[in-house]
Write a protein that binds this ligand. Structure first.
Ligand SMILES: [Zn+2]
Ligand SMILES: [Zn+2]
Length: 384
């Protein structure tokens, strides 16, 4: 089959790779309808440092049709249209049973790499290096989905492909930012980043009852989208004192909840290699969120781009009594609820699919996504 992969010549190109096969009873094979770029892929485009090997297929946000079903699969049949959680979890370990599937002990087939990095193994992910489990990605005609009863979900008929696609990663990530930040009715919520995850964190904050939602970004076109499609107020961080403006939005106190959702290239002062391989200064947006948050408030960090950061403002966390949390999306827990909301029209996401490309032009799609973040929120590939 055709797939976007890393070549032995050190570049990204669509080439032929072996068709995926069922490897165990709980797998299904999905024929991909849509597969999207994500900021988490950008470090992989740097080549050598990325950890990808020749033939590794990229892509982790996708939906498609089930074409083969393992003998142990209970919830899926050939022909089902399913959206698949970008993150791979077993559904049965101590963490999965407690509703923390992205902390899964069994989701990665090679847990040692991130155990060394973070102290514990975490869930796998499609289309990422071996450290994330080595699961072939979705920028391909077909993809093998392990633990299919746990990570694949039937899409309601009324929800179109371009909307359901975002239930794979960006919508559960945004939801986690708002839920994990414990947004309560009447809260003022600030979200850093008007990309797909930031806009969906803002939307989740509305749905959880926030009174005001403010999105902070440096790209006017994205901020316009956040106003038009999410109904958020916006701050252009290029030309203002963000913390001062946020105090004005919140009775002089600062937001109750600050969600940092700046992924990909918007951590502008970090080189991509720094973001992926080593130490880096704390992203300016994280520092800004900690600084702006009201005393006793919650900061939720969704941006895992920099592995280790220096100059984290510990003093502000202590003296202001902040709660700082982070997380990768728990789609296995949230996707059914998000699909319901999509079917009820409470959650609209199709505007985030700003550009479509046939799979054969995927490298071009990534170049646009990387170089024109102000206009390309997601490049969406259609393999068939
Ligand atoms: Zn993603
Ligand atoms: Zn698990």
């Amino acid at each position: 089959m055709r797939a976007l992969c890393w070549t032995s010549g050190g570049e990204l190109a669509v080439g032929q790779v072996p068709d995926p096969e069922l490897r165990n009873d709980h797998d299904v094979i999905v024929r991909v309808r849509r597969s999207a770029t994500c900021g988490a892929d950008l470090p992989l485009l740097t080549g050598r440092a990325s950890g990808l090997a020749a033939g590794d297929v990229l892509g982790h946000e996708f939906l498609g049709d089930v074409v083969e079903v393992g003998g142990g699969v209970r919830r899926h049949r050939v022909g089902d249209r399913v959206v698949v959680c970008a993150s791979v979890a077993c559904g049965a370990c101590w963490y999965c049973r407690r509703g923390l599937p992205s902390c899964c002990d069994n989701g990665s087939t090679d847990p040692t790499a991130n155990e060394a990095e973070w102290g514990h193994p975490v869930a796998g992910c499609f289309g990422q290096p071996r450290a994330a489990g080595g699961f072939a990605g979705s920028h391909a005609e077909y993809v093998r989905v392990p633990y299919a009863d746990v990570g694949a979900f039937p899409v309601p008929e009324s929800v179109c492909d371009d909307r359901a696609l975002f239930a794979s990663d960006a919508a559960p990530a945004g939801w986690l930012g708002a839920e994990g930040g414990e947004v309560r009715p009447g809260d003022v919520v600030a979200v850093w980043g008007a990309g797909a995850v930031g806009q969906l964190a803002a939307r989740a904050a509305w749905l959880l009852g926030a009174e005001r939602v403010v999105v902070v970004d440096r790209h006017p076109a994205r901020l316009l989208m956040a106003r038009q499609h999410v109904g958020a107020e916006t701050i252009d961080r290029r030309d203002t004192d963000v913390a001062a403006q946020l105090r004005e939005f919140s009775g002089g106190r600062g937001p109750d909840v600050c969600v940092e959702a700046v992924g990909g290239p918007a951590g502008e002062h970090l080189s991509l290699a720094d973001r992926f391989t080593g130490r880096a200064p704390v992203p300016e947006t994280v520092r800004e969120a900690v600084y702006a948050c009201r005393k006793g408030g919650n900061v939720f960090v969704l941006n895992g781009g920099a592995r280790h950061v220096d100059a984290f403002p510990t003093g502000a966390v202590v003296h202001k009594g902040l709660t700082v949390r982070g997380g990768r999306q728990h789609g296995q827990r949230h996707i059914p609820m998000l699909l319901d909301r999509m079917a009820r029209d409470e959650l609209r996401t199709e505007h985030l699919a700003t550009h479509h490309f046939p799979l054969d032009r995927a490298a071009e799609g990534y170049a646009l996504f990387r170089d024109r973040p102000e206009e390309c929120l997601r490049a969406v590939f259609t393999p068939h």
